[in-house]
Design a protein around this ligand. Structure first.
Ligand SMILES: [Zn+2]
Ligand SMILES: [Zn+2]
Length: 355
C-alpha cells in the first residue's frame, strides 16, 4: 500500500513537472495561432452584401463596464460610416472586425461631449489604418467645424511624431485629422450623403437646450436603419424612420434614474441628485422608444445610449419593463460588441456579438 502511494505521488510530481515545461510552449503556440487568424485580416471583406451595424459604444456619460460612450459603425456595401465617437468606441471597432481604414465620413448627432470625446482616436485610427491622403470628413450640426479644428490642433504635434517615425507612406501628413462641415437643417430632414447606393438622411430630434440635434437614417439597397441620437420622445423620429428594418433608439429608464436621484439625495449628494433630475427631460424611456418603433413600423428595436448603467444583465428586465406592451417585435438592449446584420435581398435580421 505504502509503495502504491509513493508511486502515485512520484507520478504526480512528474506530471506537474511536464506541465510546467509544456505549458509555456502551448501558450506560445496558441498566441501565434490566434494572431495569425486575426491580425491584419479584413473580416469585413467576406461579409454578405448589405447593411451591417456595429455598436462600438452602447453607453452614455455614466460609466458602465459593458457600455462605452455612444458610437455606431455602419457598413453599407463596401462603404463604412461612423455615427458619434464616444470615448472607448474607436477601440472596440478593430476587435469587432469593422474596417476602420475604410471610414468614408463620421457623422455627429449633436455636440454633447459624450458623443465626440473619442473623435481624436477615431480620426487617428482611420488615418493610420487606411493610409489616407485626405482628412476624414466629419459632418454634424452647427459648431462641428470648430470642434474638428480643435481636435486637429490638439493632435497636430502627435501627427508629426508619427510621420517622422513611420514615414509618409504609412502616415501621410495630408491625410491627418478631420475636415468638419455643418449640416443645414431647413426642414424636418435633409439628405446628407448619396453615393454608391447608400443614402443617408439627417433628421431633426428634440434635445433642448442642445439645438439642433440630429438623428440619421441609412438606406442601402432594400435594407434600412435609423439612429435616434439623443432625444426626448419625438414623433419626428418615427416619421423619419418609417418602415426601417432596425430602429436604434436611445433609452433612459425614468424610474431607475429617479431611484438614483433619491439615493443621491439620501446620501446628501444634492448636486448629483439635481443632475439625475435634470437629465430625465431630454431623453426617451424604453416604453416611449417602443411606441416610436411601433409608429415607424420598424421590424426591430435596438436600444443604445443606455441610462442608467446596467453592469449586470439581471437589471435588463427592469430596464425594459412595459416596453413589450407597445412593440411586439424583438427589443434588444445593446452593449459594446452587439452587431446586427441585414443582408440585402433578404428580410433576415442577424444578431451577433463581436467582442
Ligand atoms: Zn448623450
Ligand atoms: Zn446629448
Amino acid at each position: 500500500m505504502k509503495k502504491l502511494i509513493i508511486i502515485i505521488l512520484v507520478g504526480f510530481v512528474i506530471l506537474a513537472g511536464a506541465r510546467q515545461l509544456l505549458l509555456p510552449k502551448m501558450v506560445e503556440r496558441g498566441y501565434e495561432k490566434l494572431t495569425l487568424e486575426n491580425v491584419g485580416v479584413d473580416r469585413a471583406a467576406e461579409l454578405a452584401d448589405g447593411l451591417h451595424v456595429y455598436i462600438c459604444g452602447a453607453g452614455s456619460p455614466l460609466p458602465d463596464p459593458k457600455r462605452s460612450g455612444p458610437c455606431i459603425g455602419v457598413l453599407a456595401g463596401d462603404q463604412a460610416f461612423i455615427f458619434d465617437t464616444g470615448t472607448g468606441g474607436a477601440r472596440n471597432l478593430g476587435p469587432m472586425g469593422f474596417p476602420v481604414g475604410r471610414i468614408e465620413t463620421i457623422f455627429l448627432t449633436h455636440l454633447h461631449s459624450d458623443h465626440l470625446d473619442g473623435l481624436g482616436e477615431m480620426l487617428l485610427g482611420r488615418w493610420i489604418n487606411g493610409g489616407r491622403s485626405e482628412p476624414t470628413p466629419v459632418r454634424g450640426p452647427h459648431g462641428t467645424a470648430k470642434i474638428v479644428d480643435g481636435f486637429n490642433m490638439a493632435y497636430q504635434l502627435d501627427s508629426t511624431y508619427r510621420t517622422a517615425h513611420h514615414g509618409e507612406v504609412i502616415a501621410n501628413p495630408s491625410g491627418f485629422g478631420g475636415k468638419g462641415s455643418e449640416i443645414e437643417m431647413t426642414d424636418d430632414s435633409v439628405t446628407v450623403f448619396e453615393q454608391g447606393g447608400v443614402k443617408i438622411t439627417a433628421f431633426r430630434v428634440s434635445h433642448e437646450p442642445v439645438s439642433p440635434a440630429f438623428g440619421y437614417r441609412v438606406d442601402y439597397k432594400d435594407r434600412s436603419i435609423s439612429i435616434s441620437g439623443d432625444t426626448a420622445y419625438d414623433l419626428n423620429v418615427a416619421k423619419a424612420s418609417e418602415g426601417v428594418d432596425v430602429l436604434l433608439h436611445e433609452a433612459l429608464n425614468m424610474e431607475m434614474v429617479k431611484t438614483l436621484e433619491n439615493s443621491a439625495k439620501a446620501n446628501g449628494a444634492d448636486r448629483l441628485a439635481q443632475i439625475f433630475n435634470d437629465i430625465r427631460d431630454y431623453h426617451t424611456s424604453p416604453v416611449d422608444a417602443a411606441k416610436t418603433a411601433k409608429a415607424a413600423q420598424a421590424q426591430a428595436l435596438v436600444l443604445y445610449h443606455i441610462v442608467p448603467m446596467l453592469p449586470n444583465d439581471a437589471l435588463i428586465p427592469l430596464f425594459v419593463k412595459g416596453a413589450d406592451a407597445h412593440f411586439d417585435r424583438r427589443i434588444t438592449v445593446s452593449e459594446d460588441g452587439t452587431i446586427i446584420r441585414l443582408p440585402s435581398a433578404s428580410e433576415d435580421i442577424i444578431y451577433e456579438y463581436g467582442l
